[in-house]
Design a protein around this ligand. Structure first.
Ligand code: FRU
Length: 597
């Protein structure tokens, strides 16, 4: 009898839970284990997410075979937002989610108490309309979900492809997948379906892509070939290829193509070496980078290493790139090794360092002394920088992830998390015997300018020169320029709530700094409020260009000789510009509203 009653209880529980869950068959099998039988009649099942909830591990079984495993922070107490799980590939099949989610050790809750079961729902559509006041207009952001590093950037047939580290199942890091978007003008982006998904070898970490114009790999003429890190038990390098301009990818069946016993062995960047007529790949390997060489893009031989003792080593070396960059005012080019490091940045967290030198077809020889560290951007939000392969007109165009690992998961957005920097064209300049990278906003960005609101030659002195914008707009550009060197000058952007960002060019120290201590919401991380300071490589005139896009400020001194990228989260847009100078300076000030429609 007792047994009968308990069976009855369990059955009625399933039925009731089933009703609650809008006919989604939910069965709780223990305190932390639930099975959900999902109908694949609709396009999506929408998963309710709570960012502070522990991650649930969801094994997706199709006709009882494991298709993939995903992690999602299924809502325990409240729903922050929904993410779609695409059911359309499984029409007519049995879909089972076999799910474990452990409550904290202190918690008395069991999995059955979670609010997510009542909220799970089927849908034929998923609304990606923007709901975020901090979503940038002309910087790339994912339609929803989390993004970190730009990946596989390659130009082909008029399209700049951007793949990126993507979590489709939440706006925090996880489920690494290659998201995909394209642009023809570096300012307007089209979102495409995610391109490469985790498989048995591991999650899909960062990597690069090239166009195989001569079909040396045998995947097809003009195939886009991607090499990425499979992050499984170890980090190994895998290939995937596309014969339809990146719309779909096939995974190479003999992956992995490069292995190592180093735990941090990742982020392969492919490049063609004209000296040896061979493909090379540069891979971050512990505290150095390693070069490998190949004749067919499939079989790789170790060639050399660079980095031990050079530059900054206060963190993990990640996302390397090697590019040929033109020296301004000459016909000379030099090889620049971009190298991202986390942590290690003097202002905390992650940043991009670089080395200027020569790659002789086999090894990289650095021009500078080992103890010299050069930073590409002195703001806190410029990481994982890499360049487009096969870019037109020999341009070297770089893109960075505009965040910092110290707080990237906590910035005050939810529908999406993280944007990229604006694309920047790279060149080199010489200053006091050293070559430095100049990162100028790509010229395409000029097309965003609307008619200037302010275009004046003024004398800036101790008394502030102030300008209040005609309208409160969150996207604009300010240019301050002078034909001769100027004295110490402060530029302040503020709103009527007293939130402000203060930028200072210090003429005696030759530095440029940005203070975001009072920029708006700085509460989400103790590492966010900060003053970042950069060397200012000024000789003749002076130009400060400031790009503002809702939650970011990118400052470029003298056309990118100094670059500084910092996030800001003002309650209202900064609508007031004020400028003061130590001594009287004649400067031109321009303010342009920017429009990316
Ligand atoms: C850099 C990085 C890469 C890695 C990826 C994982 O931000 O840590 O080294 O491939 O992110 O998402």
């Amino acid at each position: 009898m007792k047994k009968f009653l308990s069976v009855l209880f369990v059955c009625s529980f399933f039925i009731l839970t089933g009703l609650y869950a809008q006919e989604i068959d939910v069965r709780h099998l223990s305190d932390s284990h639930t099975m959900i039988r999902v109908s694949a009649d609709k396009k999506f099942i929408l998963l309710p997410i709570q960012e502070s909830a522990p991650e649930a591990r969801i094994k997706v079984l199709i006709d009882t075979r494991l298709e993939h495993t995903i992690q999602a922070r299924l809502a325990v107490e409240k729903v922050d937002y929904f993410v779609p799980f695409n059911l359309s590939p499984y029409k007519g099949k049995q879909v089972l989610f076999d799910l474990t989610q452990h409550a904290g050790r202190e918690s008395k809750r069991t999995i059955a108490d979670n609010v997510c079961w009542k909220e799970l729902k089927y849908s034929d559509s998923f609304d990606t309309t923007n709901r975020e006041k901090f979503r940038p207009d002309y910087h790339f952001t994912p339609a929803y979900g989390w993004m970190n590093d730009p990946n596989g950037m390659v130009y082909k047939d008029g399209e700049y492809h951007l793949f990126y580290q993507y979590n489709p199942y939440g706006s925090m890091w996880g489920n690494m997948t290659w998201g995909h978007a394209v642009t023809t003008d570096l300012t307007h982006w089209t979102h495409l379906e995610p391109a490469i998904f985790a498989n048995e070898l591991g999650a899909v970490f960062s990597g690069s892509a090239i166009v195989d114009k001569n079909n040396i790999a045998g995947f097809g003429k003009d195939a886009i070939i991607a090499m990425y890190t499979s992050a499984g038990t170890n980090q190994t390098q895998s290939l995937a290829y596309s014969n339809d301009n990146g719309r779909t990818f096939k995974i190479y069946e003999k992956n992995p193509v490069i292995t190592s016993d180093i735990p941090d062995f990742r982020d392969p960047k492919l490049f063609f070496d004209e000296q040896t007529n061979e493909w090379k790949v540069i891979i971050a390997s512990g505290q150095e980078v390693r070069f490998f060489t190949s004749k067919n893009l499939k079989d790789w031989t170790y060639e050399s290493s660079f980095g031990l003792g050079y530059g900054n080593h206060d963190g993990v070396w990640e996302c390397p790139d090697l590019v040929k960059v033109k020296v301004q005012g000459s016909n000379e080019t030099k090889d620049v090794l971009l190298l991202n490091i986390n942590p290690g940045f003097p202002f905390g967290g992650s940043a991009t360092q670089y080395f200027v030198g020569r790659f002789d077809g086999h090894r990289f020889i650095c021009d500078s002394k080992p103890e010299i560290t050069k930073w590409m951007d002195y703001g806190k939000d410029h990481y994982a920088t890499v360049t487009w392969s096969n870019a037109p007109d020999n341009r070297v165009i770089a893109l960075a992830w505009m965040s910092n690992w110290q707080y990237a998961n906590n910035v005050p957005t939810q529908q999406f998390r993280s944007a990229n920097s604006v694309p920047r064209d790279l060149s080199l300049f010489k200053y006091e015997g050293e070559h430095y990278l100049c990162s100028s906003p790509s010229p395409e960005l000029l097309s965003l300018r609307e008619k200037s609101w302010l275009n004046k030659r003024v004398t800036i002195a101790k008394r502030e020169y102030a300008y209040t914008f005609k309208k409160d707009i969150p996207t604009y550009e300010i240019v301050l320029s002078a034909d001769a060197p100027i004295s110490t000058t402060q530029v302040c952007l503020s709103n009527d709530l007293g939130e402000k960002v203060l930028m200072t060019y210090d003429a005696s120290k030759k530095t440029f700094s940005m203070n975001r201590d009072k920029s708006g919401d700085v509460s989400f991380s103790k590492d966010f409020p900060i003053v970042t300071t950069a060397p200012a490589y000024i000789d003749n005139g002076f130009e400060l260009r400031i790009l503002v896009d809702r939650c970011s400020i990118e400052a470029f001194l003298n056309n990118g000789r100094t670059a500084m990228t910092n996030l800001v989260f003002p309650t209202k847009p900064y609508n007031r510009l004020s400028v003061t100078s130590e001594r009287a300076n004649k400067v031109n000030i321009q303010v342009y509203p920017l429009n990316n429609k």
